[in-house]
Design a protein around this ligand. Structure first.
Ligand SMILES: C[S@@+](CC[C@H](N)C(=O)[O-])C[C@H]1O[C@@H](n2cnc3c(N)ncnc32)[C@H](O)[C@@H]1O
Length: 231
C-alpha cells in the first residue's frame, strides 16, 4: 500500500481553435492558457513584458476599431495584443517588433489561432513606423528595457537590443526613440486613438487630447485622441 498522493489529472490537450472561440465569446481565459500558443521560453517573460489578457481586452475596447480600421502595436513582442484584437474585432492589426524570434512566434501563434488574415507582424524599428495610415496605436512602454541592465531583463534570452552598451548610450537611445514616437503623434489622422499601458516614456504633444486614465493591474492605462488638423 502506498501513502503517496495521487498523480495530478492529465493536462487537457491544447486546442487553439477552442481558445479562439473562448476569447470571442467572452469566456474566461487565463494568461497561462493563452500563452500555450507560445514556446515555453516566451511564456516565462510574459508576466513582465506581455500585456495581461484582461488588460488586452480593455485596450481593444478603448481603441474600439471599426471593421475597416487598422491598429498598430509599437513593440509588439510576441503579438499578444494584436492576436487578442484580431480575435475580438474585424479590424486589421499590425505589430512592429525589432526581435526576429518574437516576430516569428507571433506569426506562428496567429496561424494557430486562425487570425492570420487580420494580422501582420513585421521586424522593424519603432523609429521607422508610419503612423499616417492607422486608426489606432498601442504602446506598452516599449523602450523601458533600455534603461535596465542587460542581466535584469528576461527579454535578454531573445536577444539584447543594445548589446552590452553602457547606460549612457542606452539612455540616449531611449530618449531618441521616445522623441521619435512623440513626434509621430502629429502624423496621425484626426480622431485616431492612442492607448498606452505604463506610458511610453515621454509626454504627448498638444495634438493629442487625453480622454481617460485608469489604473489597470500593474500600471496606468490611458486613452488619447488625435485632435483636429488645427491642433
Ligand atoms: C513591454 S514589451 C510589449 C510587448 C507587446 N506590445 C505586448 O503588449 O504584449 C515591449 C516590446 O518592444 C520591443 N521593442 C523595444 N524597442 C523596440 C524598437 N526600437 N522597435 C521595435 N520594437 C521594440 C521589445 O523587443 C519588446 O518586445
Amino acid at each position: 500500500m502506498s501513502w503517496s498522493s495521487p498523480p495530478p489529472p492529465p493536462r487537457a490537450p491544447f486546442d487553439p481553435a477552442q481558445l479562439a472561440r473562448d476569447l470571442r465569446d467572452g469566456r474566461e481565459v487565463t494568461d497561462a492558457q493563452f500563452e500555450r500558443l507560445y514556446p515555453v521560453r516566451l511564456r516565462e517573460m510574459s508576466r513582465v513584458h506581455w500585456t495581461p489578457l484582461a488588460i488586452a481586452r480593455r485596450v481593444v475596447e478603448l481603441l474600439a476599431p471599426t471593421a475597416d480600421a487598422t491598429v498598430l502595436d509599437v513593440g509588439a513582442g510576441a503579438g499578444k495584443l494584436c492576436l487578442v484584437g484580431a480575435a475580438l474585432t474585424a479590424a486589421r492589426w499590425i505589430g512592429l517588433e525589432r526581435r526576429p524570434a518574437l516576430v516569428q512566434a507571433a506569426v506562428v501563434a496567429a496561424r494557430q489561432l486562425g487570425v492570420e488574415r487580420q494580422v501582420t507582424f513585421t521586424e522593424a524599428d519603432a523609429a521607422d513606423a508610419d503612423w499616417g495610415a492607422v486608426d489606432g496605436v498601442y504602446l506598452y512602454n516599449p523602450f523601458g528595457e533600455l534603461l535596465m541592465r542587460a542581466d535584469e531583463t528576461s527579454l535578454r534570452s531573445v536577444g539584447l537590443l543594445d548589446g552590452a552598451a553602457p547606460y549612457t548610450t542606452r539612455s540616449a537611445h531611449y530618449q531618441q526613440l521616445v522623441d521619435a514616437v512623440a513626434a509621430k503623434a502629429w502624423t496621425l489622422r484626426p480622431g485616431a486613438r492612442v492607448v498606452t499601458f505604463h506610458g511610453f516614456g515621454g509626454q504627448w504633444p498638444r495634438c493629442l487630447e487625453q480622454v481617460s486614465s485608469e489604473t489597470a493591474a500593474t500600471g496606468p492605462l490611458e486613452l488619447w485622441v488625435r485632435r483636429g488638423a488645427d491642433a
